[in-house]
Design a protein around this ligand. Structure first.
Ligand code: ADP
Ligand code: MG
Length: 260
């Protein structure tokens, strides 16, 4: 990873699929007021794989929630594919999320009464896809994550790694342009984590899916094109992967090497 200094990028550049500009988020419970995001500037290039790292409580999950339109924010701007999210109606935002985004969040649990394939096709059925077509898409992504033989298994009959792969298949079933992942390997042993990262990297390279993931595992972070370091609600540093070390052309989103 090479050290970088940050360079401002012009707003609305089509090279960027999602941009945060001076993003601020305050949690105010009446008793306590937490400035969770203190003006985050981050532009993610199409097809880029970005890892967000930093200590617990530094705002990583809050950032993912705000930048993906799941949560409101208090200042700044989020621009998704050229449109400011604050100018989108709730309906448009929801439709955009269903169509273009995938989420691998630990809180997005699988429904225990449904089989793997039923869990995966559910978001498609909810958004109006015909059952036959939904089933076909669900089986396709199950194959992609190597779980074709577990289509009829319920979550309780699967290992932690297999469950996480079902969660990933569900996130990918709509062929999203951008995937947000919050600690995707958090609950996995190192072997399963390695397989999962192989899969995410393959999706990123072969399907040009943009991936924004939060991780505290340096091994996971090292496989991204770029590591963005958060601390106390702010970005405190960035590193760009060496093309040689991960075999992928790094997408230098508004960044120049420190020695340039
Ligand atoms: P991370 O994901 O990096 O561990 P979070 O984004 O979850 O951090 O949290 C950032 C800060 O915001 C922390 O201080 C946390 O306690 C606070 N926070 C997060 N969610 C809420 C909430 N719903 N209400 C109040 N404070 C919150
Ligand atoms: Mg978190």
């Amino acid at each position: 990873m090479a050290l970088l200094r940050r360079k401002p990028v012009p707003t609305g550049d089509p090279a960027y699929i999602v941009e945060a500009r001076g993003l601020q988020k305050i949690y105010d419970t009446g008793k306590v007021r937490v400035e969770a995001l203190k003006g985050i500037d981050l532009a993610v290039r199409r097809g880029e794989m970005v890892a967000i790292m930093g200590p617990s409580g530094c705002g990583k999950t809050t950032f993912l929630n705000c930048v993906s339109g799941l949560d409101a924010f208090d200042g700044g701007e989020v621009i998704i594919e050229g449109t400011s999210i604050t100018r989108m109606s709730d309906n448009v935002k929801t439709a955009y999320r269903a169509r273009r985004m995938g989420f691998i969040f630990q809180s997005y649990n699988l429904l225990p009464v449904l089989t793997a394939v039923e869990n995966i096709e559910l978001p498609l059925l909810v958004s109006g896809t015909r059952p036959k077509e939904a089933r076909r898409s669900a089986l396709r992504v199950l194959e992609l994550v190597g779980l074709s033989d577990k289509a009829a298994s319920r979550p309780a009959e699967l290992s932690g790694g297999q469950r996480q792969r079902v969660t990933i298949a569900r996130a990918l079933v709509n062929d999203p342009a951008i995937v947000f992942a919050d600690e995707p390997t958090g609950a996995l042993d190192s072997e399963s984590a390695g397989h999962l990262m192989d899969l995410l990297q393959q999706l990123n390279r072969e399907h040009e899916q943009t991936i924004v993931m939060v991780t505290h595992d340096p091994g996971v972070g090292a496989r991204a094109d770029r590591i963005v370091r958060f601390r106390d609600g702010a970005i405190v540093g960035e590193e760009l992967a060496d093309a040689a070390s991960n075999g992928h052309t790094p997408a230098a989103a508004g960044l120049v090497p420190a020695y340039a």
